[in-house]
Design a binder for this molecule. Structure first.
Ligand code: ADP
Ligand code: MG
Length: 272
């Protein structure tokens, strides 16, 4: 894997991935922290309290799944944490810096260096090829064209879409576009990946490819905050947060249990 690392970022320590990896207790804590985060949408005189006082702390390299019923605020939380929607109240700290008051432009620069985003509405650039879509974030983060190309080739190959490099995004299926969006979000090796149902449109074989890539990113030290409805996908995470009605209803660490020989899938125990 190429190493595109903006200056000043400490080298990652690859961790072995034998099932589930618990958060590294010696690693730097507090990659992302929110305090009493609130998001109220106002439309046509109607107020919707989508996020109602969320306190959250995510350590560097931690893999956190966000679950909860439809309308519980999962997408809103990710949008606010990625700076795509302003918070109404509360604080957001990213890598020790308060970011909830940043301008749109400052957020764009921050995302370029530190945050990868895979949202369904966050469209690919239609006038660029798949290859350029994936290389651009790496170039913007300071990679050389050669490094960006290598990274793009690795990501597309891992996701089984290497043959689509020269295609226009509009010519791809929904599932292929979703994988290109994931490749793009991982191209600059962000410290934090925000992903809203990244396997939502995928069949089981493509889901496996995406999960393998997420595990690899996680093993390489990237933190992941991922919305999913799929308990098997969530079982790959270090931690599962359940949102209900805009609030954190529970937040549990997944404790790895050694896989039984011949067992199918991951067996996990929930410990509150
Ligand atoms: P989830 O992703 O868990 O399904 P959302 O974050 O999309 O939930 O929505 C949380 C609440 O906020 C819902 O009541 C939804 O209708 C409302 N909401 C989401 N986006 C907007 C918006 N742009 N304008 C107004 N209300 C919104
Ligand atoms: Mg949603």
């Amino acid at each position: 894997m190429s190493r595109l690392r903006p200056a000043g970022r400490p080298p990652r320590t690859p961790r072995s991935w034998g099932g589930l990896t618990p958060p590294d207790p010696t690693g730097p804590a507090g990659l992302l922290r929110t305090s009493r985060l609130v998001k109220v949408y106002r439309a046509d005189g109607v107020e919707v309290e989508a996020i109602r006082g969320v306190d959250l702390e995510i350590a560097a390299g931690e893999f956190v799944a966000v679950m909860g019923p439809s309308g519980s605020g999962k997408s809103t939380l990710l949008h606010v944490l990625g700076g795509l929607e302003p918070a109404t109240a509360g604080e957001i700290w990213l890598q020790g810096e308060r970011v909830d008051r940043l301008s749109t432009a400052a957020w764009a620069i921050l995302r370029r260096r530190h945050v990868g985003i895979v949202f369904q509405f966050f469209n690919l650039l239609s006038n660029m090829t798949v290859a350029d879509n994936v290389e651009l974030p790496a170039l913007l983060a300071g990679a050389t064209p050669r490094q960006a190309r290598k990274r793009r080739e690795e990501l597309l190959a891992e996701l089984g879409i290497a043959d689509k490099a020269a295609a226009a995004p509009a010519r791809l299926s929904g599932g292929e576009q979703q994988r290109v969006a994931l490749a793009r979000a991982l191209a600059n090796e962000p410290s934090l990946l925000l992903a809203d149902e990244p396997t939502g449109n995928l069949d089981s074989s493509n889901t496996r490819d995406v999960l393998r890539l997420l595990r690899r990113a996680h093993a390489g030290g990237q933190a992941i905050l991922m919305v999913t409805h799929d308990a098997r996908v969530a079982s790959l995470a270090d931690r599962v947060i359940n949102l209900f009605d805009g609030m954190v209803a529970d937040d549990v660490k997944m404790v790895p249990i050694p896989r039984r020989l011949g067992g199918v899938g991951d067996v996990v125990e929930l410990r509150g």
